[in-house]
Design a protein around this ligand. Structure first.
Ligand code: ATP
Length: 328
C-alpha cells in the first residue's frame, strides 16, 4: 500500500488537476495505476452536451497485466484473495443499454464484476473486446477530459483531503461560490450537519481532522457530485449499515441527486433496487437476469434469492455467491 500511495506525494502539484478530472473517483490508486496507459486517440472528439445513453456492446474484459501491482492492496481492502492471474477474463460479453435518465441497479454476489463494469464507463480501463459507447460514440474516440467531465463518480468511502470542507467540495468545481456550495450541501442533506460544526465549512476533515461519519461522508460525496453536475453518475452505494436517520437522509439525497441523470448504481439498498428502471443481475461476469423488480421477483431466480437475503438484512454483495469460492 505504501508503494502504491508513494507517487501521490510526488504528484502534489498535479493533485488539483487530477482531482478535478477524476472528481471523487476515490480509489486514487486505481486512477494512478489504470489510465496511465490510456491516452486520447488522434482526432478524438469532445463529448458535447451529452444525453447520457450508455451502451455496452459485446463487452469482454480482462485486467491489463499492469494492474497486478495493485492486487495486494486491493486484497487488503477487499479482505479476500483476488484472482492471482490478472489476465483472467472478468466480463464475458455484456450487452447492455442504459437510456438517458435511467437508473440501472447492478446487483450480484461479491466478485461478480460490478465494480469492474462501472470502471469501464469513465474509461479507467479499455474494454478487451466489444465496445462501450456513450451517445453512440465509442469512449475510445472521445477526449478523456470531456468524457470525465460528463461522469460523476460517487464512491462508498470518498477520500477527503486534510483541508476544510469547502476546499474538499471545490475539487468538484474550483470556481464554485459559497452559495453554490451551500445549495449543493442542502440538496445532499449535509448542510445542517456542516453548519452545526464550530468551524462550519472551514472545518478541517480527513485523516487527522474532524472524522465525518460514514453517512456524512457519503452525503458530502453526493454534494461534490451535484457541484460537478454531470449527465452520468456512477455510484457505489455503501455496504455499511447506517443508522435510520442517516439512511433516510442519504436516500432522500440520492433521489434528488439522481433525478434527470443517467445513473449506474452498484446497489446495496432495497429502495434503490426496487425503484430502478432496470436491474442487472451479475454473476461471474455475466448478466444472468435483467428487468424490473416485480418481473425478476416473479422469475424466482438469483435475483429473488439476493432480494430475500437483503430483506433479512444480509448483504449478498458483501459475500461471494454460493458457488464463487474460487474453484472455477
Ligand atoms: P464486490 O461487490 O465485492 O465489489 P464486484 O461484483 O464489484 O464485487 P469486481 O470487484 O468487479 O466484483 O471483481 C470482479 C473480479 O475482478 C474479481 O475476480 C476480482 O478479483 C477481479 N479484480 C478486481 N479488480 C482487479 C484488478 N485491479 N486487477 C485484477 N483483477 C481484479
Amino acid at each position: 500500500v505504501v508503494q502504491i500511495y508513494a507517487p501521490l506525494t510526488q504528484l502534489t502539484n498535479a493533485r488539483v488537476d487530477l482531482m478535478t478530472a477524476f472528481v471523487s473517483f476515490d480509489r486514487v490508486f486505481e486512477v494512478l495505476d489504470a489510465p496511465r496507459a490510456i491516452t486520447d486517440r488522434p482526432g478524438a472528439v469532445d463529448l458535447v452536451d451529452p444525453e447520457g445513453r450508455i451502451e455496452l456492446d459485446g463487452v469482454r474484459f480482462r485486467y491489463p497485466a499492469a494492474a497486478e501491482v495493485s492486487i495486494a492492496s486491493l486484497e487488503a481492502e477487499a479482505g479476500m484473495p483476488l484472482d492471482a492471474d490478472a489476465s483472467t477474463e472478468i466480463l464475458h460479453g455484456l450487452d447492455v443499454t442504459v437510456e438517458p435518465g435511467q437508473t440501472v441497479a447492478l446487483v450480484g454476489p461479491s466478485g461478480a464484476g460490478k465494480s469492474t463494469l462501472v470502471s469501464l464507463i469513465p474509461r479507467l480501463y479499455d474494454v478487451t473486446e466489444g465496445a462501450l459507447r456513450i451517445d453512440g460514440t465509442d469512449v475510445r474516440d472521445l477526449t478523456q477530459e470531456s468524457l470525465r467531465a460528463a461522469i460523476g463518480v460517487v464512491s462508498q468511502d470518498p477520500h477527503l483531503f486534510h483541508e476544510g470542507i469547502a476546499a474538499n467540495l471545490r475539487y468538484a468545481k474550483p470556481d464554485a461560490t459559497d452559495d453554490e456550495l451551500v445549495a449543493a450541501c442542502r440538496a445532499a442533506r449535509i448542510h445542517d450537519s456542516i453548519a452545526a460544526l464550530p468551524d462550519g465549512y472551514d472545518t478541517i476533515v480527513g485523516e487527522r481532522g474532524y472524522r465525518m461519519s460514514g453517512g456524512e461522508k457519503q452525503r458530502l460525496a453526493i454534494a461534490r457530485m451535484l457541484l460537478k453536475d454531470p449527465r452520468i453518475v456512477v455510484l457505489d452505494e455503501a455496504t455499511s449499515h447506517l443508522d435510520t436517520e442517516n439512511e433516510a437522509a442519504v436516500q432522500a439525497a440520492l433521489a434528488e441527486a439522481l433525478a434527470g441523470r443517467t445513473a449506474v448504481v452498484i446497489a446495496h439498498r432495497l429502495s434503490t433496487i426496487v425503484d430502478a428502471d432496470q436491474i442487472l443481475v451479475l454473476d461471474h461476469g455475466d448478466v444472468v437476469e435483467r428487468g424490473r423488480h416485480a418481473s425478476l421477483l416473479a422469475a424466482d431466480g438469483l435475483y429473488a434469492e439476493l432480494y430475500r437475503a437483503l430483506l433479512r438484512g444480509e448483504d449478498p454483495a458483501a459475500t461471494p455467491g454460493p458457488d464463487a469460492d474460487g474453484d472455477d
